[in-house]
Design a protein around this ligand. Structure first.
Ligand code: ATP
Length: 244
């Protein structure tokens, strides 16, 4: 039903060897929401996202997708059930063309769940949602510019029919103009497919302008959470730097 969170995270704990990077994080994503995850370098944002995607092991807590506990599931099974990660650094298969990258992703779909809102992600539909991709389809991924690689990485995630997209620092290394384009693409995605988004964003202004809600992570804990329109810049900066 509409009241069941699409994604629910309960008391997630994760680290790297002896280092604890995520210290009991709980959060929920309602269907269609866009939530920005902010925090200083090393706050644990990437580790958290990678745990949700199942590419980094959690040491404790639960991840529920549509109410189902997926905590013990490997990454590919989470992808099949609609949870897709667009990783930092936008790893693509460099010696494959964009088209080939998209085909590989499409093979990770599963037929045993409803199609995402707006219907199946065909290549044509992905090209409509991400204009600009059409001209680079037959180029090797390694030959793309930063912005093109970013668009291709989002397209690749879309080909898995995601209900939830986890986006890690999609602005990293891009010019402001290109970042605008990437965000325009995301807005279109939300309008057309009501895709639920959890995105790590370093640029506070951009995060506030784009997201419905914001979570601020500091030293592995959520120290501030709220609707973007309700949070003052002062409160966010204080939480971000630990001055509250
Ligand atoms: P950034 O914005 O720099 O990516 P972040 O908020 O995403 O930061 P994480 O990358 O999740 O934070 O890092 C959280 C903590 O875990 C940091 O102390 C970091 O040094 C440590 N860490 C991250 N990756 C590793 C790793 N592969 N091995 C050891 N420690 C790591």
């Amino acid at each position: 039903s509409n009241t069941t969170p699409l994604l629910q995270v309960q008391q997630l704990v994760a680290g790297h060897g002896p280092l604890v990077a995520v210290r009991g994080v709980s959060l929920q994503l309602a269907p269609g929401e866009a939530v920005a995850l902010i925090g200083a370098n090393g706050a644990g944002k990437t580790t958290l996202l990678r745990c949700l995607a199942g590419v980094h092991p959690a040491q404790g807590g639960q991840v529920l997708l549509r109410g189902q506990d997926v905590s013990a599931w490997p990454a590919h099974r989470r992808v099949q059930q609609g949870l897709a990660l667009v990783p930092e650094g936008r790893r693509l298969f460099g010696d494959m063309t964009v088209r080939e990258n998209l085909h590989v992703a499409a093979e990770h779909r599963s037929g045993d769940r409803p199609e995402p809102a707006g219907g199946a992600w065909t290549l044509d539909r992905v090209l409509t949602a991400l204009p600009g991709l059409a001209t680079i389809l037959d180029r090797p991924a390694a030959a793309l510019s930063g912005g093109q690689r970013q668009a291709a990485a989002i397209a690749r995630a879309l080909m898995t029919h995601p209900d939830v997209l986890l986006l890690d620092e999609i602005s990293l290394g891009l010019s402001p103009l290109v970042v605008n384009e990437v965000y325009d693409n995301l807005r279109q995605l939300r309008r057309e497919a009501a895709t639920t988004l959890l995105l790590v964003e370093q640029d506070l202004g951009r995060a506030l302008a784009f997201a419905d809600r914001m979570l601020c992570l500091r030293e592995g804990r959520i120290v501030l959470a709220g609707r973007c329109q309700d949070l003052s810049r002062e409160a966010i900066t204080a939480a971000y730097f630990g001055m509250e």
